[in-house]
Design a protein around this ligand. Structure first.
Ligand SMILES: *[C@@H]1O[C@H](CO)[C@@H](O)[C@H](O)[C@H]1NC(C)=O
Ligand SMILES: *[C@@H]1O[C@H](CO)[C@@H](O)[C@H](O)[C@H]1NC(C)=O
Ligand SMILES: *[C@@H]1O[C@H](CO)[C@@H](O)[C@H](O)[C@H]1NC(C)=O
Ligand SMILES: *[C@@H]1O[C@H](CO)[C@@H](O)[C@H](O)[C@H]1NC(C)=O
Length: 730
């Protein structure tokens, strides 16, 4: 395998380091040497989980002492180490995505990996590249980063790199087409080849290129065959085309057969049995299948080799910590406190992920208001404690993570009320709290205050828990707990009403925006333990807001053009999801993809597009043919902070493919660069474009093709606030 030239600017982070200090070739030679010492029964043991709740983690592989292989621990999840205590509860993927900050993505991944390693976790089950989020109400979208594949892909690559540099194996999940919770274990995602390559596979390709050591196959079917039994997906796309060197692990009990999964390319069965029924599809059954020849010896050897190679690639054979003092099943206490200073990065993301949607007459930042009314249950911590609901399966108190297996225990949760109260005390501001969603109580608190802040939310999660009637997927895009009525009641009595929203995804805001007294709307995402502190940083102006929407906010739900499927889903919208659909169908969004206000203004100038050079010759390498990643053009522009306060701007580059390409979305994100600028200062934003960024997937050729002709280049502050246009030609 050829070693790749990394276009560092694509990752644009001062802390970027290669994922692990190993390399695949030496990992494979160690794995091959170890394999030679193993019996078939031991090889099967490497591939088969010990059974649900039979080890300390959510998934375990038995130790093989003769080769120094420890009991391997696989543990959720994407925003923190599940079940353990004294861990950091980071902002969710979606709020990390809304920072558009590759450095923070990397730092969060690195902090997550550091905590996992210190707790003896070998494989951390994240990050999430699927669901991508094509359906706005889908339950688990908040675990991922964005429904744009390029933004999601950059977040995947930087998260994997950060986690694996800390020493833990990352697991890119859920592969693929798990775009809803309803019927996830039976429905089929029928995805056309080009759609799959240009949207759903893209973030996984980035993770593979970042040397992710494991990929989790999902619960659903793809083209009528279960994802964990689908040879075209696991062997064809992932292992052959993307040259994935690691192993495929099943989602928990997503395996359906002994030989079908083995022959399709699955490598590790988790948790081994079907959630504690002691019925192992692999184990002795796989051993028998190899004996009878229905699974080849080569396939078994390949499974075991891949699993060992992932372990060696991260150097986990050298002095890796073992899980001590805590288990997933004893309340998670007794382990080491692994939080270090990670609350700093958690707060930075909670802060920089905030998107300011509306701000009339500089209502924000707050400037020592005489009195402040804080209204809504979302202002406070759940009165029963932040961890009162199992896997956070309730929407009580402020929303700082969704529900399901992608959650962790809060070490603490700083709610908006806690943080604002402290700040207000230093300002001499009188604070009144109405900590329920009662409209009459809210109005009576708001009537007397100079400024009112109303807190509303919208929650979702994984389908094994139903919260307020939502079995994972949301029922609609309205705020929960009659949030529109609460805001209306407050705005009716207070001329300076500010709305703060914690939400797993887009909401329809028309009712709220129609109220004249709503002067500001703050989109605070799913912020994790530092919720209130990140919010105070922004609403009091110590930091200017710099987040941008990682999805579109529509005027009505039907504008998205996608919905939860009641049976199979044919993905008939094709390439036209989110802003690609709004642009294509000429639908005016309320707030477009990439939108977000600042306390300053920026001017854009001096677009330099340069020219396209030919990529070098390619060879097979993790992520796909190596020359797809060659930078073939670099676009630059100048961004100037022409306002009065320091702030960061996310400059975005969208391309329009030449007319010689088959019908394609009018604009597609292919670069972004976040720049911090003092008032009056300017700087250069750079967008390195890789060959893949300027290509479409040609199914007939089975290849990425860079079309000839003229590419439109759009550079701006959002997908619709385009400040500079130019072109590039082949
Ligand atoms: C992936 O691993 C190879 C070694 O096999 C290394 O050369 C390369 O830099 C790594 N890629 C990234 C993106 O870390
Ligand atoms: C699924 O079927 C579609 C339509 O035939 C095809 O384009 C695509 O390549 C198939 N995907 C896989 C993974 O087999
Ligand atoms: C999906 O496509 C198949 C084959 O064309 C068709 O039979 C089926 O009705 C479609 N399903 C939906 C939900 O549109
Ligand atoms: C800053 O630049 C923007 C965009 O060019 C422009 O609309 C605005 O008037 C400028 N502001 C000042 C204070 O010059």
């Amino acid at each position: 395998m050829k070693s790749l030239a990394i276009p560092l600017l694509v990752y644009a982070t001062p802390v970027f380091a290669a994922a692990g200090d190993g390399d695949w070739a030496s990992a494979y030679s160690k794995a091959t040497a170890a394999l030679a010492k193993l019996s078939n029964s031991q090889k099967v043991g490497l591939a088969t989980g010990v059974g649900w709740q039979k080890g300390g983690c959510v998934g375990n592989i038995a130790a093989i002492s003769s080769i120094g292989f420890p009991e391997l621990c696989l543990q959720d999840g994407p925003l923190g180490v599940r079940y353990a205590q004294q861990v950091t509860a980071f902002p969710a993927g979606i709020t990390t995505g809304s920072t558009w900050d590759t450095g923070l993505m990397y730092s969060r991944g690195n902090a997550l990996g550091t905590e996992s390693k210190a707790l003896g976790v070998h494989v951390q089950l994240g990050p999430v590249g699927g669901p991508l989020g094509k359906i706005p109400v889908a339950g688990r979208n908040w675990e991922g980063f964005s429904n744009d594949p390029y933004l999601s892909g950059m977040a995947m690559a930087n998260t994997v790199a950060g986690m694996q540099a800390a020493g833990v194996q990352a697991c890119a999940k859920h592969y693929i087409g798990n775009e809803q919770e309803l019927n996830r274990g039976s429905m089929s995602a029928n995805i056309a080849d080009r759609t799959n390559h240009e949207l759903y596979l893209w973030p996984f390709a980035e993770a593979v290129r970042a040397n992710v050591t494991s990929v989790m196959c999902s619960y659903n079917k793809v083209n009528s065959s279960y994802a964990c039994e689908n040879e075209a997906l696991l062997t064809g796309l992932l292992k052959d085309e993307l040259d994935f060197q690691g192993y495929v692990v099943s989602d928990w009990a997503a395996q359906h057969t002994t030989t079908g999964s083995a022959n399709a390319g699955m490598d590790m069965a988790m948790p081994g049995d079907n959630f504690g029924d002691n019925n192992f599809l692999w184990g002795q059954n796989l051993l028998n299948a190899v004996s009878s020849g229905s699974v080849s010896q080569a396939r078994l050897d390949n499974m075991a080799t891949r699993i060992l190679a992932g372990w060696y690639f991260l150097g986990q054979d050298q002095g890796y910590p073992t899980q001590t003092g805590w288990t997933s099943w004893n309340g998670g206490g007794g382990g080491p406190n692994v939080q270090g200073d990670h609350k700093t990065v958690a707060r930075a993301i909670a802060r920089d992920g905030i998107v300011l949607l509306k701000n009339e007459n500089n209502a924000l930042p707050l400037n020592k208001p005489a009195s402040l009314a804080l209204i809504g249950q979302d202002a406070i911590v759940n009165p029963s404690g932040p961890n009162a609901c199992t896997d956070r399966g309730c929407d009580t108190g402020t929303l700082a993570m969704g529900w399901g297996s992608g959650t962790c225990q809060f070490p603490y949760l700083t709610a908006p009320y806690d943080a604002i109260k402290s700040k207000a005390a230093t300002d001499g501001t009188t604070v009144t709290l109405s900590n329920t969603d009662s409209t009459s109580a809210g109005a009576s608190a708001a009537g007397a205050a100079a400024t009112a802040i109303v807190f509303i939310n919208s929650d979702s999660g994984e389908g094994y828990i139903t919260v307020e009637g939502a079995a994972g997927d949301r029922l609609n895009l309205n705020p929960w707990h009659s949030g529109n009525a609460l805001v209306t009641a407050v705005a009716n009595v207070n001329k300076k009403t500010i709305v703060v929203i914690h939400s797993v995804g887009p909401l329809i805001l028309e009712t709220i925006l129609a109220l004249d007294n709503v002067v500001a709307v703050v989109w605070a995402g799913i912020p994790g333990q530092e919720s209130g502190n990140g919010l105070v940083d922004v609403i009091y102006g110590s930091t200017s807001p710099s987040g941008k929407l990682p999805y579109t906010i529509a005027k009505q739900q039907s504008d998205y053009g996608t919905a939860i499927a009641s049976g199979d889903d044919n993905y008939s919208e094709g390439l036209y999801i989110d802003y690609r659909n709004f642009d294509h169908a000429n639908i005016e969004p309320r707030y477009e993809f990439g939108f977000g206000l600042s306390y300053t203004t920026f001017s854009y100038s001096n677009l330099v597009t340069g020219s396209i050079t030919s990529p070098g010759s390619g060879s097979s390498a993790p992520g796909g043919v190596s020359n797809l990643w060659d930078v073939v053009a670099t676009v630059t522009a100048t961004v100037t902070n022409n306002g009065t306060v320091a702030a960061a701007e996310v400059a975005q580059l969208y391309i329009g493919l030449p007319s010689s390409a088959p019908a394609s979305p009018p604009k597609q994100l292919r670069g972004f660069d976040k720049l911090s600028l003092e008032a009056g200062a300017g700087g250069t934003v750079r967008f390195p474009l890789r060959a893949k960024d300027l290509s479409y997937w040609n199914s007939a050729a089975g290849a990425w093709v860079m079309p000839t002709g003229t590419f439109n280049i759009y550079v701006g502050s959002s997908s619709r606030d385009i400040r500079l246009t130019g072109s590039l030609s082949t």
